[in-house]
Design a protein around this ligand. Structure first.
Ligand code: GEK
Length: 245
């Protein structure tokens, strides 16, 4: 791979049996197109992560982009902090994603180091952090393991440090859930995905991406110790929360 990416047509042809979704080389090759056309507001969220970094990243601290994929959030943080003396650690357990990420990181010029680490985010020790980003990553962690990950993030953040947690959510009431799922599908159709692509991708993600309600996220963040928990972005069933230690 060369750092060039392609249009997402992974589910365009009818498939006999649909395997569970994995973040392999085929996905890494189309990822920027896939996420932009699948997550309403993705570009805004990435831009605002950069803006938040500009406000809240402290000198001599570390920033973590957990489940970084092609390091879009890490690069937004790097742009947001300018020439601040800090370090960014971008972690993903998909070697294919990190291979592609390396091209994007090398292409962008900055004095701020970005370490690309191939590991499970649950095994990373968070240390001296002023900002941690989980941008659509927690939803792929087994539900029973999510609290422990958030606890280790909380423990590794400095006082006043921030966590940006973006997730696909499910709504607690059927009418709301139905409407938001419909609206998300309408968004994907408007982005050029066919009914077949939408339904095959949905099947592939069914057992892999487990959404929880906004209330569950809020409660767990408070339980692990975050003093302030606010929704700063929402478009249908896609939400980004800001939690402050
Ligand atoms: C972005 N944040 O563009 N350990 C490490 N990485 C993991 C784990 C794990 N246990 N589980 C999943 N991943 C990115 C987008 S994508 C979201 C994040 C999506 C990684 C996985 O390999 C993938 O790269 C990423 O989390 C989720 O701002 O595709 O909807």
């Amino acid at each position: 791979m060369t750092g060039k990416t392609k249009q997402d047509r992974l589910y365009a042809e009818i498939q006999a049996g649909i395997a569970d979704f994995v973040f392999d080389e085929r996905v890494a090759m189309v990822f920027p197109d896939m996420i932009r056309r699948s997550v309403p507001g993705y570009a805004t969220i990435i831009n605002m992560i950069g803006a938040l970094a500009g406000q809240r990243v402290a000198p001599h601290s570390r920033c973590y982009d957990l489940g970084c994929s092609l390091a879009a959030a890490a690069l937004a943080i790097r742009q947001g902090v300018g020439d601040l003396d800090c370090r960014i650690i971008a972690v993903d357990n998909s070697p294919a994603m990190l291979w592609q990420a390396r091209h994007f990181v090398e292409r962008a010029k900055s004095t701020v180091p970005v370490d690309l680490v191939c590991a499970d985010v649950r095994h990373i020790r968070i240390l001296d952090a002023s900002m941690v980003v989980l941008n659509f990553t927690l939803q792929f962690i087994p539900v029973a393991r999510r609290r422990a990950l958030l606890q280790s993030i909380y423990a590794g953040l400095w006082d006043g440090g921030i966590l940006v947690l973006s997730e696909k959510i499910r709504l607690p009431n059927k009418a709301g859930e139905t409407l938001f799922v419909e609206m998300h599908h309408a968004f994907k159709k408007a982005q050029g995905y066919s009914e077949l692509e939408i339904s095959q991708k949905r099947t592939a993600l069914d057992k892999v991406l487990i959404p929880e309600s906004l209330e569950t996220h809020r409660r767990r963040l408070r339980d692990v110790g975050f003093q302030t928990v606010e929704v700063w972005f929402q478009c249908f069933n896609f939400v980004s929360l800001l939690a402050i230690k």
